[in-house]
Structures are given as C-alpha cells and as structure tokens.
Write a protein that binds this ligand. Structure first.
Ligand SMILES: Nc1nc2c(ncn2[C@@H]2O[C@H](COP(=O)(O)OP(=O)(O)OP(=O)(O)O)[C@@H](O)[C@H]2O)c(=O)[nH]1
Ligand SMILES: [Mg+2]
Length: 318
C-alpha cells in the first residue's frame, strides 16, 4: 500500500518521483485510485491547461518544447503530458518526444510524461484528465497536453483543455484534412508551423478563409488567431504565447473559463460512470440475471429493449 497523503505532499513540493508515482497509480487504475483522487480534489483548479493537436509530424512536440522554454523564462512551473490515444504502449511512439524535450529533462520546474490511453482496460479515456489533475495539484502553473493522432480522440482531448491549439504545416494537405476532421470547430488558437517552408502563407490564407466561412460573429466573440511559427528555430514562440495569454484572459473575463471547466467536469463524471457501468455489465456475463433475461427474449415474452432497461435498473440499484 502506498502512503497517499505523504506522496501528495511530496508532489506538492515538486518532487518528480512523487508526481510520477501518482500518475502511475492513475494510469494503472490502482485500487488506491479513489484515495488519490480524493486527496487531490481540494488542490486542483490552479493550472492553465493548453491542448495541442494536429497531424503526425506537424511539430507539436517541438512547439511544446518551445512553449516550455518560454513559460520557464516567466518562472512558471510547467507540466507536459504527451497522450497517444492510438497506442496501448506508453513511450513507444513518444520516444522521439523525449529527445525533443531533453533540454528540459534536468529542469526541476518541468515535469514531462507520456501516456498511452488505449489500454487493455478497453480505453483509458478517463486516465488523461486524471493525470492532468495530478499535475495541477502538484503545482504546475501551465499544463501542455500534446495529443498524437487525428479524429475523435483528438477532439476528446481538446475538450479537456482550457485552450485548444490546432497545429498545421504547409504542404500536408492539412487544410482539407482539418475541415474533414472537424478540428475547425475546436481550435481557439491556430498555428501554422514550419513557416520556413513554401506554402505557409497559402495554408494560413486557406485556414483564415475557412474560419471566416462560419456564422457572422457578434462583437466580443473570440476570433481564433492564426500564428505562424518555425518551432525548430524558436521563431514565433512569443506570438504563440501572447495568443494563448490573450485567449486565457478573454475566457476569464467572461466566465467562459468557468463554464468550460464545468462542462469538462461533467464529461469526466460521465466517462467514469459509463466505464463503471460497462464493467458491471461485463461482470454480468454468466450472471443469472442476464441469462434469465436472455431466455425471455428468446422465448418472445420480452423485447431486448425492455430487457436492457431491466438490466440497467438492476445494476444501479445493486
Ligand atoms: N522545417 C521545419 N521543421 C520542423 C519545424 N518544427 C518541427 N520540425 C521538424 O518536424 C519533425 C516533427 O516534429 P515533432 O515536433 O516531433 O512533430 P509532432 O507533431 O510532435 O510529431 P508526432 O508526435 O509524431 O505526431 C521533426 O523532425 C522536427 O525537427 C519547423 O518549424 N520547420
Ligand atoms: Mg510529438
């Protein structure tokens, strides 16, 4: 058994091993997970969470590393979570990130962790937000969440951030891909990275055009800015940070931040509840209740919907 209060105390002091241990408890769905989360609850809410998404190789890790440097210059503590929703193996595809982040490896003000969220437990969609909570409680001022991959998982991770950044690069046909993946709806800030390459202006123009196609905006609405960067040379990082700060301030002024966090918590609860229910239903295979319902469905005395209703009602009342 782990001494959770002691571990939380050490994490608060910024000890990376304690933070690592706590995240491992979360990731491994430890029997002490509930104790950990209960201890962290009163300590959370202080961090600004930024999600970075975009196609593979667009420069998310390089940009994240540049942001880490910028925030460290401001004296802020930074947590980095690299989430790979397509892989059940932590670290595999993310090994390259360690190289790109290695300049921060010895900085005690930075905590970096990779996480695979498609595990044997049938999807660890709930694990990433809990890891964010650990970093938040450990006193990180800013948490950068990089998500590898595109599509639904990307959108899901974005919903866990205060500010969602979508990165594009010229010449990857990204514009059209962006529209397809629905990421035009999730970006609060857009970054056209690799601006040292041909076509960056065209990509930015195309993006600007697509973003403008939506509804007529009312005054005071957030208009997602498009920032051009060369992350590999640390160019445009200041503008990038400025865009993030601007969005943060805009949200805070209008209670948007509070609303987003409420929505996030609701989504989190839902995910955990659905996971718990699914586990209980899984446990029922071979259960007599399920077998009896199946017999009635086969016998024609009960339809499958009514049977499912009965099953769910039985689960929630114990
Ligand atoms: N030319 C150019 N190359 C860049 C720039 N930023 C990053 N790169 C390179 O692009 C490659 C991919 O960068 P990463 O930061 O690993 O990209 P990523 O989006 O994190 O990649 P995945 O995590 O694999 O999806 C690396 O070789 C970088 O050095 C840039 O601004 N210009
Ligand atoms: Mg990466």
């Amino acid at each position: 058994m782990v001494d959770v209060p002691a571990l939380v105390e050490q994490a608060r002091e910024g000890r990376p091993r304690a933070v690592a241990r706590l995240i491992s408890l979360v990731e491994g769905a430890s029997p002490q997970l509930r104790e950990v989360m209960a201890a962290l609850a009163p300590l959370t809410g202080g961090a600004y969470v930024v999600g970075l998404t975009g196609s593979p190789g667009v420069g998310k890790s390089t940009s994240t590393s540049a942001l880490v440097s910028a925030y460290r210059r401001q004296g802020r503590r930074v947590g980095v979570l690299a989430v790979d929703p397509s892989s059940p193996f932590s670290g595999g595809a993310l090994l390259g990130d360690r190289v790109r982040m290695s300049e921060h490896a010895s900085d005690p003000g930075v905590y970096i962790r990779s996480m695979a969220t498609r595990g044997h437990l049938g999807g660890l969609a709930w694990a990433a937000p809990q890891a964010i909570r650990v970093l938040d409680a450990a006193g990180c001022d800013v948490i950068l969440v990089e998500t590898v991959g595109v599509g639904q998982s990307e959108v899901e991770i974005a919903s866990q951030a205060d500010t969602s950044v979508v990165l594009l690069a010229p010449g990857m046909g990204d514009g059209i891909q962006a529209a397809k993946a629905g990421i035009l709806e999730i970006g609060d800030v857009y970054v056209v990275n690799k601006a040292d390459r041909d076509g960056a202006d065209a990509t930015a123009r195309e993006l600007n055009h697509m973003l403008g196609l939506g509804e007529a905006r009312t005054p005071g609405d957030w208009r997602p800015p498009i920032v051009k960067t060369v992350a590999a040379r640390n160019e445009g990082t200041d503008e990038f940070v400025a865009a993030l700060e601007k969005h943060h301030a805009w949200m805070a002024e209008r209670d948007v931040l509070a609303e987003r966090r409420l929505r996030r918590a609701a989504h989190e609860i839902e995910t955990i509840a659905v996971t718990a229910l699914r586990e209980r239903i899984g446990d029922l295979r071979g259960d007599r209740r399920l077998g009896a319902l199946a017999e009635r469905v086969v016998g024609g005395t009960l339809d499958p919907y009514a049977a499912a209703d009965e099953l769910v009602a039985g689960l929630t009342t114990g």
